[in-house]
Design a protein around this ligand. Sequence first.
Ligand code: PLP
Length: 469
Amino acid sequence: MLRLVELFNEEVIIVSIYSEEQILQMKEDDFSYHLHPTSSIPDMEAWGGPRIISEGEGVRVKSVEGKTYIDCGAGLWLNNVGTGRKEIVEAASKQMEKLHYFQSFNGYTHPLAIEVAKKFAKMVPVENARIFFTSGGSESNDSAYKLARLYFNLTGRPEKNQIICRTKAYHGVAYGATSATSLPGFWDGFRPLVPGFHHTDHPHCYFCAWGKEEGSCDYECAKAVEEKILEIGPEKVAGFSAEPVIGTGGAIVPPNGYYPRVREICNKYDVLLIADEVICGFGRTGKNFGIENWGVKPDLMMLAKGITSGYIPMGAVALTGKIYEPIKKHGIFMHGYTYTGHPVACAAALANLEIVEKENLVENARIKGEILRQKVRALDLPCIGEVRGIGMINGVQLVKNRETREKFAPSVGFAKRVSFLGWENGLILRPLIDDALQLSPSLIISETEIDELVEKLETSIKQAWEEYL
Ligand code: PLP
């Protein structure tokens, strides 16, 4: 049932395989039966229904109406290799035929879980790493906090069980991960949270909480971690957990000295450094892992998203030998998920990482990320404050006044408006916290596609700014 919808750019004919009636029915059914994660129900009502995406290729996706969009977020920061990669589909499908599932509990495993564990253990910057598999980022975070507490329990210091996180952190929505998160709305109505989670200020030079300038500061942002440890009492602190580059909180890159200082502080007080690499891991920052940009080795590392580029859910935790040894002595880790080490996810992971290696996508993230930032910086728009990022984690900070860095009043919803106009102009563009826009497309993006993205972004920001004035 092919339907001609509209003519676009004179050459491209947009067609949909769905009739208008089918689309209306889908929207109605969505309203009737579907509860969406973190989606504004009034917004979806105002749009006349959810935005329904039915297919994609490369860096683009297509709506049921037949219109194509450049996905500026690569799904939720995860689609590193792009949509439609036959190699992954074939690997997963072969594995599904051969052995679609077997458990890793009770002493069982399967060949691909062993292969993936070995591959990850050799890749991660974690000393004598062991790999524990999960099904996603929230599970990886909860598993890491449990491992941190278990380590101190098994080594005779059960009171060392508090976890320090940071403002603007997003670590997921399982209860531990929710408690570690610190973004507006994620705690409302869900209390009591898991006890023992604390938050300290995050580093962000553009809006420095200490009013300093990079280059002439004394890394007050890193000192804040030490102050928090001392406030709680070092004998009570098990770990400091952070995203190497803050994702959902605004794509915020720390100053270069931050993580080396934090590592020293963690060593000084015997506090585990816990790196949430769910977004950063497997190439997005232009290194295999985000924390490698600063030459630092964490004790625990949470992984997900880029493992399979989202072809199928999978997560993992890498733990140091130092944490594994007491568990080995104890004899059992009483924790695990049904889908831990899922064979089909392992097959997808191996095929996905093979593409990343063959196509040099880690290097591409570094090079194309820099090109993308330069092109956005070159836009002559007075409401673009900071264009920040590393590799393919980028944020465009929109401000009311570029000179003073004054933010828009939250009631304006400026980035949200740009994102709405982006949709009209052919972009899937997500507003992050505090009027920043997420620019984190797939790592395969070409320079021509970057040009198209930037042109559509410029149009969308310009339209929103003119409306605002
Ligand atoms: N950690 C970070 C840094 C994330 O960005 C996310 C998700 O966006 C999570 C954890 C949670 O992952 P999931 O949604 O797979 O549970």
